[in-house]
Write a protein that binds this ligand. Structure first.
Ligand SMILES: [Zn+2]
Length: 279
């Protein structure tokens, strides 16, 4: 499943191909994604891309209101890769492959093509302000922004009895901390994933926030190095290129103390941790 680093990598891949270009057509071959692709996406036709950005795991392609307008936020396309989605840059006249559901055709003959075998992805439309969109308005801060801090985690966690791992994976608390990165960050911060969120000290939340930033930054750096014309999720440029400290290392020795790494299912997701280093 594409996580935040893969989505950021995708953004960096498509952004140079899109920004400043005019969209000549949006071709929908199959509208039945997670939700039906709305007719509004047709409004992109004839409009120039002013900016591309990411909010959590959503990609936003922002369109200028008019040809002469260079800065406005005139709404635009909203894409989520879901479980198995990917975007790639190709020629508009390249024959579509299986599961190529939507094309964003550009005036220079290039095309951004959305492929999604499992169809849990989203291809939709947003009107300004983007923050008010129903899929975006309840999202917590970006982990790589100044709005995210250990102090904020500590404040939001007071009185919470649920596992700290579930707490940091809650998109209302902080976005983009997927299962792999949650396990890795908790290990780096020495916090047991089952510990009640309300029973983690402020100092340890500071360490955890730093670990979350660190693990995501490193994953993005790795994702970026494998990116070419194909902006991939299935090839897993992000996390498999990265050296993982605990994730999927059940029974293998901890890199710090040599104790065997354990696996436990928390909130239906596999969690990996060192029983000695994490408290
Ligand atoms: Zn250990």
């Amino acid at each position: 499943m594409p996580e935040l680093p893969e989505v950021e990598t995708t953004l960096r891949g498509i952004e140079p191909a899109l920004t400043g270009r005019t969209i000549t057509e949006v071709i929908v071959r199959n509208a039945s994604l997670r939700w039906p692709v709305p007719d509004e996406v047709g409004q992109a036709r004839g409009r120039r891309v002013s900016r591309c950005w990411r909010r959590a795991k959503y990609l936003l392609i922002e369109l200028a209101r008019a040809e002469s307008d260079t800065v406005s936020a005139g709404g635009g396309l909203l894409i989520h890769l879901g479980m198995s989605g990917s975007l790639r840059i190709c020629e508009a006249d390249d024959a579509p492959r299986k599961h190529d559901h939507v094309d964003i055709v550009l005036e220079n003959g290039k095309c951004i093509r959305f492929n999604d075998p499992r169809r849990f992805g989203v291809f939709s439309w947003w009107e300004p302000p983007a923050e008010g969109h129903k899929l975006l308005r309840d999202l917590g801060p970006e982990p790589l922004s100044d709005a995210f801090s250990g102090m904020q985690l500590w404040q939001r966690s007071r009185g919470r009895k649920g596992a700290v791992k579930n707490f940091i994976m809650d998109g209302k608390i902080v976005v983009g901390v997927g299962n792999i990165y949650a396990s890795e960050a908790l290990y780096m911060a020495g916090i047991h994933p089952m510990r009640a969120a309300g029973r983690v000290s402020r100092a340890r939340y500071e360490a955890l926030a730093a670990a979350i930033r660190d693990v995501l930054r490193r994953a993005i750096a790795h994702g970026g190095t494998t990116l070419r014309d194909f902006v991939n999720s299935d090839g897993n440029p992000g996390y498999f290129a990265q050296e993982l400290l605990v994730y999927e290392r059940e029974g293998l020795p901890c890199f710090q103390c040599r104790a065997p790494i354990r696996r436990k299912v928390i909130g239906q997701r596999s969690s990996y941790y060192c029983p000695r280093c994490q408290r």
